[in-house]
Every structure is written in C-alpha cells, then in structure tokens.
Design a protein around this ligand. Structure first.
Ligand code: PLP
Length: 394
C-alpha cells in the first residue's frame, strides 16, 4: 500500500469541480442535466483576445517567458492597477501565474509556517482553506449568514485575531455570496488590521468587474491605504473576460513577498503559458466594452433568479451586488423535506430528481445554503427554477 503525505491527506478535491464533473458524467449517460454548478461565464472569449493569441503563435511566441510574466503583460497589469484601482506598482511587485488559484497557492506556501493562522470569512471560495492547509497553516473560519448579507463585522475580525494570525483573506464581490463590502465597511475592517501590523492581507478581486452596486469597485487598500505595504491584491482574467481555460491570474504586492511567491512558482510551473499571456495582455490593455456586455446579461439573470428563489417556500435569497452566483438560504426548505437532512442531501436530490446541478453551501463553509451559478441563458435558468420548484413541492 502506498502511504501518502500528511499534507495531501489534509485536503479534499475541489467540490465545485467535482459537481461539474458529476454533471458531465450524467449528461454523457444521456440525462438532461442543467448545470448551475460551474464557476465560469457561459460567454465565449472575445474575438480580439483570441486573435492576439493566434498572432502570438504565428509570431513564434511559443517559448519560455520570464517566470513572473512577459514584460508586455506585466506592463498591462501595472497600467490596469493604476487605471481601475488607483494602485501603483513596480514590475518587481507583480507576479503572473497560471490562474488566480496558483497566485493564492504561491502566497500560502511563501507566507505560512506550520500552525500559522489564516482568517477566512465564510462563505468562502472553496480553495482558500485547503490551500492554507496544504501550506501547513490553520484556517480560522468566520461565520456569517444571510441576515448580515454574508459579511463579517470588525468585531468578528478583532475577536479572531491571535498572536499566530498571519493572513487575512477578503474576497469582494464574493464567490459564492455575490456580496460586496462598501468602502465604509472595508475601512472599518482596515482599522482593526492597522492595530495588528504583522498580518498580511490578501484581497481577491477576481469579480471586480462583475458588479452592479452603481458605485465604483473598491478593495481594502483603497479604503485603507496604510495597508498597502502588507496587502497582496489578487486578480485574473478568468471571470471578467471569460478566459477560464487560458489560466492567467496575477498578484500585486510587497516586493519581498512577491519575490518569494515567484521563487515557489519557479520551482513548480515556471511561467504561465506564453500564448495565454499574450491573450491576457490584449484583454487588459484592449477595449473593455466586452466586459460591460457580459455584466448586463449577468445582472438581468441575477434579478430574475434571486427573486424567483426568494419566492420559493422555505428559501431566503438576498439580492447580490455582483458575480454570477446566487446564494440562497435553504435551511427551512431542508427542514421541511422528508429524507433530506442537509444541503448535501438536497443537492443530491435536486441532481437526481430535478436534474439540476448546484453546489451545497457546506462546500463554502455555509451549510443550509446553496450556490447557483447563473452562467447559463435565461431560458435555461427559468427551466431550472421550474424543476427546482417542482422537486421541492414533492
Ligand atoms: N478567486 C475566486 C474568488 C474564484 O472564484 C476563482 C475561481 O473560481 C479564483 C480565484 C481563481 O480563478 P482562476 O484560477 O481561474 O484564475
């Protein structure tokens, strides 16, 4: 028998990828599954971005690049941070990776010693706790609920901080809740963090552009500029430009930490794909109109879906601020259903009887809730709701 490392035994496979795979299997068996589990936009990558990749191939840009990214892409990222976020970075403060997932992984490995604590508000992106665990850290999960719009308070943050706290993670707008913190809320969290100078802050801005609060996007460094020297700003092209398969994410932050993250990457994957980097450069530097079109569609679906979910008996669904996820609280509906004890049971039931794939909230640290991606067309979404309603009525 092969004995595996303690490190790998601490973690589990990504539940969202698992649900997507399961839905794919059932579909291959001929079932008419509606997949609301996946974390990716349903739009195609815009043409001008694809064209840039084709040109890169034809121009022979098919070799290793610098580990931390091509000078052209790094410049486009620096310009983007300036343009969209009013943040200034030097090239040695930027690291391009194979997806935002790798950016975070690099950071966890570069930052955490065994036993170091990372504060992660729930509901969280499924990968944060596991990446912290693989690095030897200890996730400290802060609970929230639909009544607080799934946002933590400064008091909660303060109470969670110990001498071992090394990292605070914030993701706004949030996958899975769809909620965004206001500038005032971020400033209040920043006030707490200012008192604890050893804590590094990771702000995951992946859904920055998929936002409809009517106010400009802000992250915690915008709200509290004093945190600049210890904040890593993470972002990527997957969601905003519908480029999930290209695998490009990036981070801007303190030079010392970015250099350490680059060292980790240099000994694991080296540079992200050269062709994808050319495409990402075109995405960030090119016309941003393509983003607006997608956001318009997401908003329309959001308005329909959150209202339809909230109208279901035993279901409470708040309006989100952005992303392409709804995160309704199904706990009352679960309590009312015979043979359904948990959100995981309910997800299994909906997959079998309604043939709708969605992800149970416990995967995100929020049992009783469900995550539905609205990265499908309106007709499909309406059909999914019809099926869910029918399954709950039984
Ligand atoms: N951060 C959040 C909050 C996400 O939802 C995702 C993707 O699901 C990522 C980061 C990573 O995306 P990628 O690795 O495709 O850049």
């Amino acid at each position: 028998d092969i004995s595996l490392s303690d490190r790998v035994q601490r973690i589990k496979p990504s539940p969202t990828l698992a649900i997507t795979a399961k839905a794919g299997e059932l579909r291959a068996q001929g079932k008419d599954i509606i997949g609301l589990g996946a974390g990716e936009p349903d739009f195609d990558t815009p043409d001008h971005i694809k064209q840039a990749a084709i040109e890169a191939i034809n121009a022979g840009k098919t070799k290793y690049t610098p580990v931390d990214g091509t000078p052209g892409l790094k410049k486009a990222i620096i310009d983007k941070f300036k343009r969209d976020n009013s943040l200034d970075y030097e090239p040695n403060q930027i690291l391009v990776s194979s997806g935002g997932k790798q950016s975070f992984f690099n950071m966890a490995l570069a930052l955490l010693n065994d036993g170091d604590e990372a504060i992660i508000p729930a509901p969280y992106w499924v990968s944060y706790p596991d990446m912290v665990l693989v690095a030897g850290g200890v996730p400290k999960v802060l609970e929230t609920d639909v009544n607080s719009r799934f946002k933590i308070t400064p008091e909660q943050l303060e109470a969670a901080i110990t001498p071992k706290t090394r990292l605070f993670v914030i993701n706004s707008p949030s996958n899975p809740s769809g909620m965004a913190y206001s500038v005032e809320e971020l400033a209040a969290l920043g006030e707490v963090l200012k008192k604890h100078p050893d804590i590094i802050i990771a702000t995951d801005d992946m859904y920055e552009h998929i936002l409809w609060t009517g106010k400009p996007f802000v992250n915690i460094v915008n709200a509290c500029p004093e945190l600049y020297d210890r904040t890593v700003v993470m972002n990527g092209v997957s969601k905003a430009y519908s480029m999930t398969g290209w695998r490009i994410g990036y981070a801007g932050g303190p030079q010392k930490l970015i250099a350490a993250m680059k060292k980790v990457q240099s000994q694991s994957t080296s540079n992200p794909a050269s062709i994808s980097q050319a495409a990402a450069e075109a995405a960030l530097a090119g016309d941003q109109g393509c983003v607006d079109e997608m956001v318009k569609a997401f908003k329309e679906r959001h308005d329909y879906l959150t209202a339809a979910l909230d109208a279901l008996p035993g279901v409470k669904c708040a309006q989100g601020d952005g992303t392409f996820y709804a995160f309704p609280d199904f706990s009352e509906a679960i309590a009312n259903l015979d043979g359904v004890e948990s959100d995981t049971d309910l997800a299994a039931l909906l997959l079998e009887t309604a043939e709708v794939a969605l992800v149970p909230g416990s995967a995100f640290g929020a049992p009783g809730c469900m995550r539905l991606s609205f990265a499908v067309g309106m007709d499909t979404l309406k059909e999914a709701m019809r099926r869910i309603e029918q399954a709950l009525a039984k």
